[in-house]
Design a protein around this ligand. Structure first.
Ligand code: NAD
Ligand code: UFG
Length: 336
């Protein structure tokens, strides 16, 4: 299958391109490089030995997208492009709505013109807000507590409306839990441009000596050790989930929604301990105040993806921390 990948130079996008190319699909990337580097594209080509056509195009640029689609005529799209920093979204809400919502509208407009109506969308477990219980199933109530999360929720709703108004569309809404890890080659991985907001990149930058000390945001949550519990999922497992979703769209299902997580919850201190055990490094940490907006526990019931997509995560927490460390230690400056 020929697949257009928006945001394909980014963390999850680059890993998904590896899986697409390895499985014999063709991929074409559009990315404005606002949070990534073209080096990631070259590394995907090195890992796979395949070509990955790349266009530095913004998804808000109708004519730019129109040209790429006219040239490559993809059969399906995986739409990763978006801004994802929760804190920044509070400061720059219009930017987030313009980029994530307006960008998706423009993309869908161009796709519709070219009759490309199979779409996989990167949603997030953030659409469940503060869930009343765990594990979380796809039918839990949805809410948003910040503009980033609201942009995902709005796009989900827009895509549902789009499918109702035009039945050519088949759309998979994939709600990711906490993607971590890296390709086992150590060639591609997560490369935050600033001080990381997320736990695992922060831990690995402490381990490599770039950052001094991890702040553990709160040890008074109602969890086993008082620190926040999340469903960390290896980025390669997550990427493979996108291939299964593309296959599902061939059955013309309309709109389908899946949690992509492992179904297991690990606390912040569990992750620190696993990292120390697997890498032999000591992670200096201190207990800090809770981070505003954080929830105590979030993990998936991923049984729907298993049943309907035949997909489940196979990599465990030790694989996640080992692969994170291989990437970080081989590339202390990221893509440099
Ligand atoms: P990322 O920032 O590494 O990748 C996103 C890519 O999109 C980047 O390469 C960026 O340059 C590009 N991009 C952003 N705006 C664009 C635009 N207007 N036009 C073209 N390209 C644009 O992030 P990621 O972690 O790979 O996330 C991919 C998607 O998954 C995002 O939509 C994100 O919101 C979603 N998601 C991520 C997580 C996570 O924890 N990483 C969790 C849930 C959902
Ligand atoms: N944490 C720390 N110290 C840090 C960073 C994080 O203690 O320096 C803790 C958090 O308090 C939380 C856990 O580590 O308990 C995970 O935090 P992350 O920031 O890595 O991830 P979140 O669960 O807060 O959010 C992530 C993405 C969101 C997405 C959500 C659900 O950042 O965009 O997963 O998919 F919406």
């Amino acid at each position: 299958m020929r697949v257009l990948v928006t945001g394909g130079a980014g963390y999850i996008g680059s890993h998904t391109c590896v899986e697409l190319l390895t499985a014999g699909h063709e991929a074409i990337v559009v990315d404005n490089l606002s949070n990534s580097s073209e080096e990631a594209i070259r590394r995907v080509e090195a890992i796979t030995g395949k070509q990955l056509p790349f266009y530095q195009v913004d998804i808000r640029d109708y004519d730019g997208l129109d040209e790429v689609l006219g040239k490559h005529q993809p059969e399906a799209v995986i739409h990763f492009a978006g801004l994802k920093a929760v804190g920044e979204s509070v400061e720059k809400s219009l930017l987030y709505y313009q980029n994530n919502v307006q960008g998706t509208l423009t993309l869908c407009d161009v796709l519709s013109k070219h009759g490309v109506c199979d779409l996989v969308f990167s949603s997030s477990a953030t659409v469940y807000g503060d869930p009343a219980s765990v594990p979380i199933t796809e039918d839990f109530p949805l809410s948003a507590t910040n503009p980033y999360g609201r942009s995902k929720l709005i796009v989900e709703e827009i895509l549902r409306d789009l499918q109702v108004s035009d039945s050519r569309w088949n759309i998979a809404l994939l709600r990711y839990f906490n993607p971590v890890g890296a390709h086992h080659s150590g060639q591609i991985g997560e490369d935050p441009s600033d001080i990381p907001n997320n736990l695992m990149p922060f831990v690995s930058q402490v381990a490599v000596g770039k950052l001094e000390c991890l702040s553990v945001f709160g040890d008074d949550y109602p969890t086993k050790d008082g620190t926040g519990v999340r469903d960390y999922i290896h980025v390669v497992d997550l990427s493979i989930g996108h291939l299964r979703a593309l296959e599902k769209l061939q059955q013309k299902p309309g709109v389908v929604t899946y949690n992509l997580g492992t179904g297991n919850g690990y606390s912040v201190l569990d992750m620190v301990k696993a990292f120390e055990e697997q890498t032999g490094r000591t992670i200096k940490y201190r207990i800090a105040d809770r981070r505003p907006g954080d929830i105590a526990m979030c993990y998936a019931d991923a049984s729907q993806a298993k049943k309907e997509l035949g997909w489940e995560a196979t990599r465990d927490v030790n694989d996640m921390v080992r692969d994170t460390w291989r990437w970080q230690s081989q590339n202390p400056q990221g893509y440099g």
